[in-house]
Design a protein around this ligand. Sequence first.
Ligand SMILES: [Zn+2]
Length: 445
Amino acid sequence: MAAYQPEIEMLPWSDQRKLDEPSYRKQVKYLFEKSRFFRDKLRQHGFNNAEDVGGLDDLGAVPLTEKDELRASRSDADPVGTYLAAPMSELTRIFSTSGTTGLPSYVPLTVSDLDNWVTTSCRSYSASGAERGEAIVSTYNAGPFVAGAALEAFNRLGLCHIPVGTGNTERLLAAIKLLKPSTLACTPSYALHLAEIGAARGLDLPSSSIQRIMVAGEPGGGEPAMREKLQQGWGAKVYEAMGLGDISVSLWGECEDQAGMHFSGRGFVHFELINPESGAVVPTTEGATGELVLTHLKHQGAPLLRFRTRDHVMVWTERCRCGRTSPRIRCIGRTDDMMIVRGVNVFPSAIREVVNRFAPDVTGVMSIRPGAKGVKQAPPLRILVETAKHIAEPGALAERIEKEIRATLIVTTKVEPVAEGTLPRTDYKTRLIDFSEAAATLVDD
Ligand SMILES: [Zn+2]
């Protein structure tokens, strides 16, 4: 599809900062006026008013915001948190995030917030080439979750949306067979799982109506080997999208060039990279990597300033052939999932990427079993890798995988081959790390 808003998406990226500057200053002023959380936080850091905070060029001096701080600001009196900036009477939607601990985490949106989210999602999804009049089948359980806003974009784009929900493989396969949608929206794990089911049942998925798969919800769809496996299993192109409940859904979306996800939130959100250990700003130049930090520019419900996403990304700034000028990223992994093996930083998804180079001798399903709790791990790092049925000597394959991981990631591993179908499959997100057998002791290097 042509760009959703070409007059915005094709503007030179170098002009964006100038356009965002007044929005940012206005947003900071709004935070001082309406957000108890940020007024207090900024004052504690010596910023007494919006003028003290300055503009985007001074952003690096503004304190980062951690998810835990937001969580700690919630109570029965302030169920959303003290960072709620709009009166409840002005909200149009309150989503919840699928938090893992105790109290629910609420995401309040005003009419304009929701509209900006849907606009952002429209830019993101239209990049994949889905055209007005096509049908898209989705497997997300929107329910209380922010994915609901992303799904609203399908209507606005003129797509026919067929929601089948999570965990209903039969309904999904029936919808594909009978309603012939061109696009499937799901997590990469689920797309892989479906491809396996299809192959096992002798279904010819590559001959199905599905031409494109929009994957989101976890990293993986952008890893070359995983993408190749999905594309072969489905005979379809894979496009990745990514967003964040606290900031905006589908904030990034891949175009038909499949060369990383374009930033879709221009004008609404400002992004930067930091070194996750030191917090220092990393310039967003071609090939730079770092943790993604996001700042709202025009948000009203609960705007966030320099929010740490914990997503570790690689960025590309060179011009894309599609004409969209915003930088592109690929998520390398979660800062939270990063392990340090004898001083070397390793992301589980990076290990999976190397293991998948051995497809079709490996199934693409693996499980990292760290020996100790915590970030630091002593080598060798144990990894269970599913090998395909046709492999006669899995031990020899395991040794080759160990060598390849060592050569690529400088990490010593112990790869243990397991039979195809041994490890659990999921219709949502795959857990690449399993700490259930880890000793309680920490490694101190
Ligand atoms: Zn592009």
